[in-house]
Design a binder for this molecule. Structure first.
Ligand code: NIG
Ligand code: FE
Length: 397
């Protein structure tokens, strides 16, 4: 994962120099030793460890109240996710719990989840709103996301997931809800500095292509890039829509046509694969990875951490599942939580690879070879993290 390296972009017996919060130099360890001695630069040794860029979890719903264990049981007794949603459960039940939760309890529970991710070498987390669905609670969720970055040594991207579900109080006022989301609510959240990007759940049980498009148009007019939950349960053409608006990413994509894959490829939109949700919903049709490869679509991998479809906080398990369930190679999976995840967040110039000039976010691993990061199921070989040039105390993760 170093520019100019071989498979995985890997360099052996290498050293990396940090100046301030940036990577200053990467090269052979022997050369580094000479230079460091000449300039009296302190050396940290990491003999036998691998270094990767800090991992990036580019699609999470980390901030929420309550849990969905009852729904988990219902689903295992044969009730479908869609039917639970149509009956007013699912996302709406987390909306109820999130509205009822105080700011402090939201913050505390989100911090615990963020720490879990951080313990596995994660240095950047995208956090979506979408369990408020009224202005006050969406604001509270996004403020909680921002507060995480102040509280913990981790970088946060806050996404306004305005169109996630139609809240009960708007059942007969769909159009009004959609126009609030892309109108006054977007403006208020943007003015408060709480929005880095937007997202919409384009699906039969959520929002139509037209509704999603109206939100993407509003976001574009405000200079914001978008993510789209696309093709999770059916192919409505959401990937093509995302591509048409130059979205940063289209996420899920179990249901995706060759045309959709080509549209993503031409637009440079990243396909964010979410095997944790696929696993939890016991889906059987994986995303068409061969089509994505053929169309040259960059693939990212993320946890989708959320109480309903992916109650997991492990990026390493997501990498394992991306390989075992979706057929990614370990190299593709690792690239999916580093280089391509950075691209999915519009941060490719800043993070995601080990290159001079990029932020000095990296993780050290006690593994024999990089594929071991995908091979282990439930082990955590992370031996240390440097975030913004500073070693991260293990107590903070
Ligand atoms: O990414 N698909 C929509 N959003 C989430 C699930 C939300 C939920 O069920 O709470 C997802 O799978
Ligand atoms: Fe999601």
């Amino acid at each position: 994962m170093v520019a100019g390296g071989d498979a995985y972009g890997k360099l052996e017996n290498a050293a990396l120099a940090v100046a301030g919060d940036r990577i200053a130099w990467i090269g052979p360890a022997a050369e580094a030793r000479g230079r460091a001695a000449a300039q009296d630069i302190p050396i940290e040794r990491g003999d036998g460890l691998w270094i990767t860029p800090g991992l990036i979890d580019c699609h999470t719903h980390l901030v929420y109240g309550g849990n969905r264990v009852e729904e988990f049981e219902q689903r295992l007794c044969g009730v479908a996710y869609e039917d639970i949603a149509r009956a007013g459960g699912g996302i709406q039940s987390t909306v109820n719990a999130t509205r009822a939760a105080g700011a402090e309890s939201l913050r505390a529970s989100a911090a615990i989840r963020a720490r879990r991710l951080m313990s596995e070498g994660v240095t950047t987390i995208e956090v979506k709103s979408g369990y408020g669905l009224d202005l006050a609670t969406e604001r509270r969720m996004l403020e909680t996301a921002r507060a995480l970055e102040r509280e913990l040594p981790v970088s946060i991207r806050a996404t306004y997931l305005g169109l996630h579900a139609l809240p009960a109080e708007f059942r007969d006022r769909r159009r009004e809800f959609v126009s609030n989301v892309g109108g006054p609510w977007l403006e208020a959240l943007l003015d408060a500095g709480l929005v880095d990007a937007v997202d919409a759940f384009c699906e039969d049980i959520a929002f139509s292509l037209d509704e999603t498009e109206s939100f993407l148009r509003a976001a574009q007019a405000s200079g914001l890039r978008a993510h789209v939950h696309a093709g999770q349960l059916s192919d409505m053409g959401a990937a093509e829509l995302a591509a048409r608006y130059g979205a940063l990413s289209a996420d899920h994509l179990e249901y995706l046509s060759a045309r959709g894959a080509q549209a993503l490829g031409s637009a440079g939109t990243v396909a964010v694969l979410l095997p944790g949700a696929y696993f939890t919903l016991r889906q059987t049709l994986p995303p068409p990875v061969p089509l994505l490869r053929a169309a040259g679509v960059p693939m990212a991998v993320s946890t989708d951490a959320n109480p309903g479809t992916s109650p997991g906080m492990s990026i390493l398990i997501a990498l394992n599942m991306a390989c075992t369930l979706f057929g990614l190679t370990p190299e593709e999976a690792l690239c999916g939580a580093t280089r391509n995840a950075a691209r999915a967040l519009g941060l490719a110039d800043e993070i995601g690879t080990l290159e001079p000039g990029k932020r000095a976010d990296f993780a050290l691993w006690r593994v024999e070879r990089p594929a071991e990061l995908c091979y282990n199921l439930g082990a955590n070989p992370c031996a240390g993290v440097v975030y913004g040039g500073e070693p991260r105390p293990s107590s903070s993760a």
